[in-house]
Design a protein around this ligand. Structure first.
Ligand code: PLP
Length: 223
């Protein structure tokens, strides 16, 4: 498994067909993304707005770009014209801005609501109870946006039992919200959890979308 192309091909062959691969390419140069593209990968995840905008302008037009990290409200306008999926809606304010920018572009933008299930304190994501409340008050019902599922990150720990517990919490919450708020729609169907190290556990706990960077592209160098 030495080249990016070989690693992409390996993942395409080994991931269950029910699981979509997002190749997380942040901090990697366009040539490396193109290598993955030429091996058949079409879905890429980025977490920096400027980097995403510049890569989108350079690389093939049939790439589906996902924004995967924390998104600042004032930067939504730069990605609204082309982004395929925003993974981490972590506030009503952010969703309102995505709605506004989507309408300006004449688009509907698919989004995931980020749920905070990890042990670590993080500013980002709704704790399960707040996530329930978000849907219960209809906060997801805005024009120009479509909530297609949930996203989460597990704790950065070795304890696989705990990681499994966290994904399971997200999975149960997903089923509950689907039943209560999307029972008659099949668009609420995406569970974005699992990264390089924990994606097998994530898949065992319902994941339909994994975000894998390091396994494909190697270590990132942050400059
Ligand atoms: C960077 C990042 C990933 C990819 O992590 P790897 O461990 O390199 O696979 C996945 N999800 C999010 C939100 C990220 O920021």
């Amino acid at each position: 498994m030495n080249t990016i192309a070989q690693r992409i091909t390996h993942l395409h062959h080994t991931l269950p067909t029910s699981v979509q691969l997002v190749a997380v390419s942040k901090f990697h140069p366009c040539e490396e993304l193109l290598e993955a593209y030429n091996a058949g990968q079409r879905v890429f995840g980025e977490s920096q707005v400027q980097e995403l905008v510049s890569k989108q302008a350079t690389l093939p037009a049939d790439i589906q770009w996902h924004f995967i990290g924390h998104l600042q409200t004032n930067k939504v306008k730069y990605i609204a014209p082309f982004v395929t999926l925003i993974h981490a809606i972590d506030s009503e304010r952010l969703l309102a801005e995505v709605s506004k920018q989507a309408l300006r572009c004449g688009r509907t933008i698919d989004c995931l609501v980020q749920v905070h299930v990890a042990q670590e304190d993080s500013k980002y994501g709704f704790p399960p109870e707040e996530c329930r409340a978000f849907f219960a008050r209809g906060a997801h019902q805005l024009p120009g946006v479509r909530i297609v599922g949930l996203m989460c990150m597990a704790s950065f720990i070795e304890d696989e039992v705990q990681i499994a517990r966290e994904f399971d919490t997200a999975n149960q919450l997903f089923e509950e919200i689907k039943q209560q708020h999307f029972a008659h729609e099949d668009t609420f169907n995406t569970k974005s959890w699992g990264m390089s190290d924990d994606h097998p556990i994530a898949i065992a706990h319902g994941s339909t979308m994994v975000r894998i960077g390091t396994t494909i592209f190697g270590e990132r160098t942050y400059t």
